[in-house]
Design a protein around this ligand. Structure first.
Ligand SMILES: Cc1cc2nc3c(=O)[nH]c(=O)nc-3n(C[C@H](O)[C@H](O)[C@H](O)COP(=O)(O)OP(=O)(O)OC[C@H]3O[C@@H](n4cnc5c(N)ncnc54)[C@H](O)[C@@H]3O)c2cc1C
Length: 444
């Protein structure tokens, strides 16, 4: 048995770990074990990628099987790391259709969480771009799934948190890009209403995301910097940075946090000072376009290896909710007010606009999503229970890939596709056989 946790290092559970060397080694494992779930690179924050008894790590299934440069269509094994895909494809002029905020995730993990990027409002989630996938199912067989073949299983697997089987391979299309640079504009919003308006107004941009200062109070509540961007064209590059390489290499230097910092390193004063400095520095760049390398634009935290250790031994919780558009202003301001009042510091808070999604358990819905980090503490749990009530009242929900503590009632209130998902699990023999700590906790 090995003690496993997600990226938040809370909770930790013992599990047997299997690491099959190839896709063909997976199907027999699906019938010879129960209480099993797949794990990619363990970047889900909570307990989604920990098997109730057995955890099947897919990292050795990491090959690119086919690529057609005339269409961008690519077929890969599910344990391939997004970082490796980027290393190979960006210099060829192709970028994945959707990327989350870290590149240290696997393709299987991106499908199972139906991850969203900074372009969800325009392009949907990663699952919307998957043309087909193969799945090692609970009966030991391999099912090919797409919107036209085994459609119900396909929709349940996208965003299904590994609970329909183990994804072995996936086919999707990469988007062509002229350079490896992003043309970014920063917009300053001095309060929450202005931030929501700016995100709506920048909806035409392919990518947009807001960094939000969740310690700001009163008239500054919700003050934000909005970063809107496009893949830079050759003409952008000539105009803004003529001497630059069209495809600069991914920056390799990674500063890492060697030890667990004591939790007081993240107290209200240090986070407040960081937020003030960050807001001012960002505001100075506002108003004119400039070029940013794709790596820091999409994956700013990846530059600091093991940053999850800065929260200390007890670990941390990420709270990510989505609120339908009509309720977003009042519900988000109530949530931000409570967080600012309690001073439970989070310097990593992000606000994004989302569109609808297809998967039965996919997280995104038309509205706005807020994500923030809180160190694990006795005070954090009752505060988050209180925030859950605001989310449920507003018709919103919490992201399973970030969750470590929501109640079954909060979960059921948010996910209307849950009965259909449970029926499908029963029909394919997954109930009881394929289960994670998350599915056991939430009764999925
Ligand atoms: C710094 C950071 C930033 C992030 N930013 C975003 C963001 O912007 N948007 C977003 O949507 N998410 C974001 N995430 C969450 C992350 O993208 C998801 O949790 C993703 O699923 C992690 O991929 P993984 O390969 O590490 O999967 P794991 O964490 O190992 O597993 C996640 C889920 O996928 C399932 N799974 C994994 N592989 C397979 C497989 N082959 N077959 C079936 N099921 C499988 C697991 O059972 C589990 O339920 C972020 C996470 C971090 C740490």
């Amino acid at each position: 048995m090995t003690e496993l946790s997600g990226w938040g290092r809370y909770p930790r559970h013992p599990s047997d770990v299997l690491s099959p060397p190839s896709p063909s080694a997976v199907p027999p494992l699906m019938t010879s074990h129960t209480g099993l779930v797949a794990r990619g690179n363990g970047r889900a924050y909570g307990d989604a990628a920990i098997g109730e008894q057995v955890t099947l790590v897919t990292r050795r299934l990491d090959r690119i099987r086919a690529f057609d440069p005339s269409t961008g269509r690519i077929r890969v094994e599910a344990g391939l790391l997004l970082a490796d895909l980027l290393d190979v494809m960006v210099p060829k002029g192709f970028f994945p259709p959707v990327v989350p905020g870290t590149k240290f995730v696997t393709v299987g993990g991106m499908i199972a969480s139906d991850v969203h990027g900074k372009n969800h409002h325009r392009d949907g989630g990663f699952g919307d771009h998957v043309e087909s996938l193969t799945l090692a199912s609970p009966d030991g067989g391999i099912a090919t799934c797409s919107s036209t073949e085994n459609g119900d299983l396909f929709r349940a697997t996208i965003g299904g948190m590994g609970l329909t089987g183990t994804i072995l391979e996936a086919t999707f299309r990469m988007r062509p890009v002229e350079t490896g640079w992003m043309r970014q504009q920063t917009i300053v919003a001095t309060d929450l209403d202005k931030a929501l308006d700016a995100l709506r107004a920048s909806g035409e941009a392919t990518y947009s995301v807001a960094w939000i200062d969740c310690l700001a109070k009163g008239r500054s509540l919700g003050r934000s910097l909005i970063f809107a961007a496009e893949h830079a064209t050759r003409r952008d590059l000539e105009a803004l940075q003529p001497a630059a390489d069209a495809f600069p290499s991914a920056r390799s230097g990674r500063l890492s946090v060697p030890l667990d910092l004591p939790a007081f390193a993240l107290n209200r004063l240090s986070v407040g000072a960081f937020n003030e400095m960050y807001f001012r520095a960002g505001a100075m760049k506002a108003g004119y376009p400039f070029l940013v390398h794709w790596n820091p634009y999409f994956f700013p935290l990846d530059g600091i290896g093991d940053w999850n250790r800065i929260y200390g031994r007890r670990g941390f919780l990420q709270y990510q909710c989505v609120i339908p558009t009509a309720q977003a202003g009042p519900a988000l301001s109530r949530i931000l007010e409570r967080i600012a009042q309690r001073g439970l510091a989070s310097f990593l808070a992000v606000l994004k606009q989302m569109g609808p999604s297809q998967g039965d358990l996919s997280f995104p819905m038309e509205g706005f999503t807020l994500a923030l980090d809180l160190p694990v503490s006795d005070a954090a749990f009752p505060l988050l229970d209180e925030l859950d009530r605001t989310v449920v009242e507003a018709g919103g929900r919490l992201y399973l890939a970030k969750d470590a503590r929501q109640s079954p009632a909060t979960f059921e209130a948010g996910y209307s596709g849950l009965p259909r998902f449970r029926d499908l699990r029963r029909a394919i023999g997954a109930t009881g056989r394929i289960s994670s700590r998350l599915s056991a906790r939430l009764g999925i």
